[in-house]
Design a protein around this ligand. Structure first.
Ligand code: BG6
Length: 510
């Protein structure tokens, strides 16, 4: 059999850099996040030799268990959530030798004494050199107590040449005030450079590609401003509902769960100016500079800028589903929004008068996250007797699924007449590179081990996200009188369409 010709685009696909020795201490070691994301990601990194032999995981949670029992649990997690095709028993066995467990309450000082002595043993056995990542994969009410306890047990500051870092999961605060309090609290224990606030959207390959697309190409950047761009739409649609997380979601809602963090990260990458280098703080400085210029939404005029929705029963992808209020753990009169649409504007030169329309929702027609840049029409309309109205040029960056980039433009329809059809030029990640991009958590965990915080949210960024949504949070404290206001499987409430149509634009048909 002849071998398929090698894909030249794949040459140089990243292997390395490899992380140095370290222990990842996971608080919330038996939880959903650890089983679904962290353990499979760490295992994949080990399989790709991106973490060294001098590596270990120490799981910490309440349940009593031996190391062996915990290893068996993690093995099950991998069967459930890992990649079946690449699983290898021998590789697993050697990886599992580095998995340890310590039982204890997160608020109890004894737990940390135990963690400390186990870390000492592990350093000796696995030669992990005192380097540690503390991963807070717990409910948010434990973030503060765990970091305090780590400080009291003298675990927060590294010794000698070693390093200590802490990864904090979302939700990072519940509003501006609580986010500030949490930041202040973490800052009393750790230096900012030790703190890694995770936003898994930043680990997505296509999100990272935004930097490359904008700043490694010269054709778009000169047009990336108010002179050429009419408006920007960001859609984050999910087909899934709350997936058994009703009680968490009741306190969150779409604005807190998706908009304040993930969607604003996308906004900042689109709106930012070029950074002076790719150094973590240079990139993050530009992102925050852009977000700082977002015009505050007046609390008494929130309705002009934001729309909330909640799904009722319906059909999603051929399946009949219950409404949000019927989900387990949800108040039957809940006013929590499962959909949010927001219009933002910037008070800066680049984006003067260019609205950004953002929407995010659960139980919409399908799963799609994309950024659409709508360009302005040219200065003079030449093709006036065309049979179809002129459409705008649109650049679409598909974050997921079918990751890729499409440019929509007019082309002459073959024939005697001068007629225009709108066509797409399409780049698809999957078929071009022919490989599955790494999971967001793989990239982010590896970056933390390497000490690179570029793809993590800095303190000012998190607080700015809250500052922008705060007036909306305030206004939405008032119970919604029209919930549920969209059918599961639709594209959200009618008011979301009105929001954009009032401005003479339309949501892209997806
Ligand atoms: C999480 C939210 O941060 O992101 C979930 O808490 C949401 O509610 C998820 O479903 C979406 O992530 P992704 O990667 O599937 O778009």
């Amino acid at each position: 059999m002849t071998e398929a010709p090698a894909n030249p685009l794949r040459a140089g696909i990243r292997i390395g850099p490899t992380a140095g020795p370290c222990v990842v201490v996971i608080f919330g070691a038996t939880g959903d996040l650890t089983r679904r994301k962290l353990l499979p990601a760490l295992y994949r990194l080990a399989q790709q030799h991106l973490i060294p032999a001098e590596f270990a995981i120490l799981g910490v949670s309440r349940q009593q268990m031996s190391d062996q029992e915990y290893r068996a649990k993690m093995r099950e997690a991998l069967t459930e959530f890992g990649d079946e095709d690449t699983f290898d028993e021998a590789e697993w066995n050697s990886f599992a030798d580095g998995i340890f467990y310590a039982a204890g309450e997160f608020k109890d000082g004894e737990t940390y004494a135990k963690v400390k002595s186990r870390l000492k043993e592990i350093d000796e056995e696995r030669k992990t050199q005192g380097n540690r990542i503390f991963y807070l994969a717990t409910a948010p009410e434990f973030f503060g107590p765990i970091s305090n306890q780590l400080a009291q047990a003298n675990l927060a500051r590294p010794e000698g040449q070693a390093w200590t870092r802490i990864i904090v999961e979302k939700p990072f605060g519940h509003d501006l005030e609580s986010a500030r309090a949490l930041n202040t609290q973490l800052a009393s224990v750790f230096e900012e450079h030790q703190i890694y606030r995770i936003d898994h959207y930043l680990g997505k390959e296509t999100v990272q590609n935004l930097l490359v697309f904008r700043f490694a190409n010269s054709i778009f950047e000169p047009m990336w401003n108010y002179q050429y761009i009419d408006h920007v739409q960001i859609t984050n649609a999910e087909a899934i509902g709350v997936e058994g997380r009703g009680s968490y979601y009741e306190r969150a809602g779409a604005l807190r769960d998706m908009m304040q963090n993930h969607v604003f990260q996308l906004v900042s990458l689109i709106a930012m100016d070029p950074p002076v280098s790719l150094k973590s703080d240079d990139v993050r400085n530009e992102k925050i500079r852009a977000l700082k210029t977002v015009r505050p939404i007046p609390v008494d005029r929130v309705d002009e800028y934001a729309v909330r929705g909640q799904y009722g029963p319906g059909q999603v992808l051929g399946e009949t589903v219950v409404g949000y209020r019927e989900e387990p753990g949800v108040d039957p009169n809940s006013s929590t929004e499962t959909f949010a649409a927001v219009k933002i504007k910037f008070d800066n030169w680049r984006w003067a008068n260019v609205p950004f329309f953002l929407r995010s929702g659960k139980r919409l027609q399908k799963r799609v996250t994309e950024i659409a840049i709508y360009f302005k029409e040219g200065p003079h309309r030449l093709f006036t007797d065309n049979d179809a109205p002129l459409e705008p040029n649109v650049l679409v960056i598909r974050i997921q699924p079918n990751e890729g980039i499409t440019l929509r433009f007019g082309a002459k329809l073959p024939g005697q007449a001068m007629r225009i059809r709108w066509v797409n030029m399409d780049f698809r990640y999957g078929s071009s590179f022919g490989i599955k991009p790494p999971e967001a958590y793989e990239r982010l965990l590896l970056d933390c081990m390497l000490g690179d915080s570029t793809l993590y949210a800095r303190r000012d960024m998190v607080e700015r996200g809250w500052e922008i949504v705060n007036p909306i949070i305030e206004a939405w404290k008032k119970p919604a009188s029209d919930f549920p206001n969209y059918e599961a499987g639709s594209w959200g409430p009618p008011a979301a369409f009105e929001l954009i149509e009032r401005d003479g634009r339309k949501w892209r048909k997806l």
